[in-house]
Ligand binder design. Structure first.
Ligand code: PTT
Ligand code: SF4
Length: 620
């Protein structure tokens, strides 16, 4: 096996209490790299179509890539993937954690977990020694407490991934967390872990990660770290991290406000990056191997969690601040802290809370039915309802299913303000004015998340609302770079996105690590392969495909903004349709979004054709 990869995959079957080590197929490594690529390949090949995502048969995959854990900027990341209980399609998330580095050092590229343990358990990996241990004492405790207990037992350097009560209670908007402030797996990866009775994964490694050219990698790494630090944007990034985006989104009418009814918020400055920096920030934290740490540790100044600290990011603050009409940062921080301790996805939490508030406002639900005094800006009521979601109490049980299922259950027009695509709640960018970003959400391979393409940045720079084929080409380039390359080489994309670290470094890193001489053109073919295989997986699971599955919420088309400089703006349906046509054409998919046979063959995915033909007819 080439360097960069360890060449080994650890399989753990919790039903049988057994683990086995397999070789990573070197051809698959070159064709899919790792992370998301490796995950979708395993899910396509091994998961029986129609598998219940919360059944023991689902696979929970923790996957690194050939760049993970190397002494290179921001390489401490990992992909967590499974069939999603929230969307019924492909789901994954990306988490910064010591567990990613430790896993490579323990000698594995990935851990694939199947089955279900008889009692609450944890997997402990120490190099070649793999044990399934009881975690009865940790079941029911918060992610913070579990992290503390496991650190006490295995040491501060151990890689630790844990779920909280949300994942244990199979809340479909639950995540996996690490190190009190890192979370990954928005499409219900916490619930998949909970369904396997798996509370934690602990990993410690002491081996060297094999490298093709260690000297060259060390030279490149040293230069690259220096380069990151020399960037103009570095200083401000260190001060505010992603939190600067609050002010940016407000200025550009993109800040989700009152369940995406508006895109500017009157109290934005109280919850923005500047307020965070001046009033609340106490320290800074980052993922392993990162010299541009972006974790803003802030102190809660009043309320029930007074004196405690929490780590703030833009998405969490926008979704639980402006989107809930809350301009009191202390309550935003309390909600954020709660989501981390419970292991609830902070984005989807903000979305379901806002949805319920709009339902009450519109008279679709009464406050009595909800069980709390739900109204915009009411932090204590929001926190109470969040706790009901995690514990699946009363109306919280309905919201624990995610906004799409909650809306379907409530009926009465509630679907019209449920902000999701393919069942995944929209993350924190309002798209009334952003056609390209709406398409990025519409075509994201996991549902409405910005991970694959933060296209709004291009629209702000180059003009909004432009419907052109060239824009769609750029969107696909962005998806292939972020969702394809960064999710399969598995390293953080923020050095490139946020401080301008040049993309040209990455093929050099890959060459020194693996010996593979790949250009970006070669890497984009891998991305295309991953995108088409993920699409095939969705089609197989859904038993077909229609264009409306790639459509953003109706609110953005039908209800214009009423506030701010862009008041009156809404999305144009014809323009969206046209952009979607171009998107399908450029991806080599037919007019319904189904990959063509010729595309599948070109990408080396001909084995997908007979399977897909069982559920849809494929165009040549
Ligand atoms: C990510 C999503 C995001 S994206 C945020 S804030 W962001 C939310 N964070 C949550 C959280 O925190 N706690 C919680 N209970 N729920 C949360 N849900 C939300 O999850 C994250 C950083 C960030 S901060 C971003 S953009 C970048 N994301 C990357 C990515 O996706 N890929 C990649 N190769 N590099 C990335 N670098 C950046 O990492 P999901 P993290 Mg996250 C507390 O998980 O499912 O992908 O959704 O991983 O370690 O916390 O780092 O403004
Ligand atoms: Fe982690 Fe932030 Fe560094 Fe990326 S930039 S590796 S998210 S600390």
């Amino acid at each position: 096996m080439r360097g960069g990869w360890t060449g080994k995959i650890l399989r753990v079957d919790l039903s049988r209490g057994k683990s086995v080590v397999q070789d990573l197929d070197p051809k698959a490594a070159v064709e899919f790299l790792g992370g998301r690529g490796l995950a979708i390949k395993a899910l396509w090949e091994e998961l029986r179509p129609g598998t219940d995502p919360l059944s023991p048969d689902n696979l929970l995959i923790f996957a690194t890539g050939p760049l993970t854990g190397l002494t290179l900027p921001s390489s401490g990341k990992m992909v967590i993937a499974a069939k999603s209980p929230l969307t019924g399609g492909y789901g994954d998330g990306n988490i910064g954690t010591k567990a990613s580095v430790q896993l490579k050092k323990a000698g594995y590229d990935a851990v694939i977990v199947s089955g279900k343990a008889e009692e609450p358990s944890m997997i402990v990996i120490e190099d070649d020694n793999v044990e399934i241990k009881s975690a009865k004492d940790l079941w029911g405790v918060t992610t913070y407490k579990a992290q503390d207990e496991l650190e006490k037992e295995y040491g501060k350097n151990a890689g630790i991934l844990v779920i909280g009560p949300a994942g244990e209670n199979l809340v479909k908007i639950s995540v996996v967390t690490s190190e009190k402030g890192r979370a990954g797996g928005r499409p219900g990866m916490g619930a998949v872990m909970g369904s396997k009775n798996l509370k934690a994964l602990v990993v410690k490694g002491s081996k060297e990660i094999p490298l093709d050219n260690p000297k060259e990698l060390a030279r490149l790494g040293a230069e690259a770290y220096k380069d990151v630090k020399s960037k103009e944007a570095y200083d401000f990034w260190i001060r505010q991290g992603t939190m600067m985006t609050i002010e940016w989104a407000q200025e550009n009418s993109a800040l989700p406000t009152y369940n995406f009814n508006e895109a500017v918020f009157e109290g934005f400055d109280k919850i923005g990056g500047n307020a965070m920096e001046k009033i609340y920030k106490v320290s800074q934290k980052g993922c392993p191997n990162c010299n541009m740490p972006c974790g803003n540790i802030t102190e809660i100044k009043e309320g029930p969690s007074e004196g405690r600290t929490t780590e703030l990011d833009y998405e969490n603050v926008a979704m639980n601040g402006s989107n809930l009409g809350i301009d009191n940062m202390n309550w935003v921080m309390s909600l954020n802290l709660y989501s981390d301790e419970a292991g609830l996805d902070a984005i989807s939490m903000g979305s379901v809370l806002a949805f319920a508030t709009e339902a009450v406002e519109k008279g679709v639900l009464s406050k009595e039915e909800v069980g709390v005094n739900l109204e915009w800006g009411n932090g204590p009521a929001m926190l109470e309802l969040a706790k009901m979601i995690v514990n699946r109490e009363g109306f919280g049980d309905t919201l624990a299913e995610g906004v799409a299922r909650a809306a379907a259950k409530i009926g009465n027009g509630a679907e019209r303000f449920a902000m999701h695509i393919k069942g995944l709640e929209v993350s924190a960018y309002d798209c009334h004015a952003y056609l390209g970003m709406a398409l990025a959400y519409g075509t994201s391979p996991i549902g409405a998340h910005h991970k694959d393409a933060w296209f709004i940045s291009i629209e702000v720079r180059e003009g909004r609302g432009v419907a052109s084929k060239e824009r769609v080409e750029k969107l696909i380039w962005m998806q292939n770079t972020r969702g394809g390359f960064f999710e399969s080489s598995v390293t953080c994309r923020l050095p490139w996105v946020e401080v301008g670290f040049d993309l040209e470094w990455y093929p050099k890193f890959l060459k020194a690590a693996t010996g593979l001489d790949m250009t970006w053109e070669d890497l984009y073919i891998i991305s295309d392969r991953i995108y088409s295989l993920i699409r095939a997986f969705w089609i197989r699971e859904k038993g077909g495909w229609t264009r409306n599955m790639d459509y953003p919420p109706v609110k953005w088309f039908e209800q214009p903004l009423t506030k701010g400089p862009l008041a009156g703006t809404k999305l144009d349906r014809d323009s969206y349709n046209q952009m979607l046509d171009w998107y399908y054409e450029l991806r080599g998919w037919d007019s319904n979004g189904i990959p063509r046979k010729s595309t599948l063959r070109k990408l080396g995915l001909e084995y997908v054709i007979p399977e897909l033909e069982k559920v849809v007819s494929l165009s040549e």
